[in-house]
Design a protein around this ligand. Structure first.
Ligand code: NAP
Length: 309
């Protein structure tokens, strides 16, 4: 029981599925766990499972894109006599495809959820943690936040924001007893990959995916040690190292290539696929099998100018 009579709790957004669900299940015993998500049925099932392991759970069915979502979370905690000790921001969405050809609304909603809501909830709940001199925030970033990501441009940019924001907050809160940990996994085997067909992209054929449970275990361990960043798994650590070494001029065309779905429509509105319409030259595609524009495309040989004596 905290000083002001409120019970400490762990709030997990996106707790109905994937990494959020795994984070909620492996949350420290002795805390009330508050599960936030849209699917009531899934939340109830997860809550039941956690209860059988001895932790008290409450569910809050909420669309985090609704007006005042962060305030609604705070009001729910107040109404139940709870104080947020740890906030896990796991709710997030992704979208693959050329930014100019994907629905603008969906991309703006992604920014609202991955960025706006995360900031709003974090800044709503941190003052209480600072007043109680303890606790913290675990934000789900991504390897995608370390580099720009053609074919998932907005998603990568949102994750870059999460990483920057989390690390700055970590420093600002130094000495207060409150820590902020940004978790940056590579591919994780959840509905996030499967639901939107992201798993079909060539990138995920080359990169093995982690389980949500492994990510949750690393995240909690890193948070308990007061880590600023946690990169779960050896493959993601290696990928992060490579990303930091390879110049963007070389990396961007490769990322563009491995995240391209060939049947994506051209943003010019021709009705043809991007590749056939305004994408890379067919001669390049034929020559290299798949063709990485800018990287492997050879310049046509120009005849050597004769030296004039
Ligand atoms: N999977 C990966 O490969 C991967 C890799 C790196 C980082 N991440 C990040 O990890 C986080 C969790 O991803 P995941 O793999 O666990 O995805 P997931 O399995 O698709 O789960 C996403 C969760 O977010 C919730 N959510 C989505 N929109 C919401 C909304 N408007 N309001 C409330 N809740 C909403 C979903 O709740 P409902 O189902 O109830 O709607 C679900 O619980 C995301 O931030 C993602 O960017 C994922």
């Amino acid at each position: 029981m905290s000083q002001n009579g409120l019970r400490p709790c762990i709030v997990v957004t996106g707790a109905s599925n994937g990494i959020g669900q795994a984070m909620a299940k492996s949350a420290a015993k002795g805390f009330v766990v508050v599960l936030v998500g849209r699917s009531d049925e899934r939340l109830t099932a997860v809550a039941e499972e956690i209860r059988t392991e001895g932790s008290e759970t409450l569910t809050l069915q909420l669309d985090l894109l609704a007006d005042n979502a962060a305030r609604q979370v705070k009001d729910f905690l107040d109404a139940n006599g709870l104080a947020c000790h740890v906030l896990v921001n796991s709710a997030g969405q992704g979208l693959q495809g050329l930014a100019a050809s994907r629905p603008l609304d969906a991309q703006l909603r992604m920014i609202d959820l991955n960025v706006r809501l995360l900031v709003e909830l974090t800044l709503t709940l941190i003052p209480g943690m600072v007043a109680r001199h303890g606790g913290g925030v675990i934000n789900l970033g991504s390897l995608a936040g370390l580099i720009p990501g053609p074919q998932m441009a907005v998603y990568y940019a949102t994750k870059s924001f999460v990483s920057s924001f989390s690390q700055a907050l970590y420093e600002e809160l130094r000495g207060t007893g409150v820590t902020v940990t940004c978790v940056i996994p590579g591919p994780v085997d959840t509905g996030f990959l499967h639901g939107r067909g992201i798993k079909d992209l060539p990138l995920f054929k080359y990169m093995p995916s982690l389980s949500a449970e492994d990510v949750a275990e690393s995240a909690w361990r890193g948070f308990q040690r007061g880590r600023r960043m946690v990169v779960p798994g050896i493959t993601s650590k290696l990928a992060a190292l490579v990303m930091s070494l390879v110049p963007l001029r070389l990396a961007l065309p490769v990322i563009n290539q491995v995240q391209t779905r060939w049947a994506d429509p051209c943003p010019c509105g021709s009705g043809k696929t991007f590749i056939r319409c305004c994408g890379m030259k067919s001669s390049t595609r034929r020559r290299f099998g798949f063709g990485i524009p800018g990287l492997l495309e050879r310049k046509p040989k120009s005849p050597k100018a004769k030296r004039v004596p």
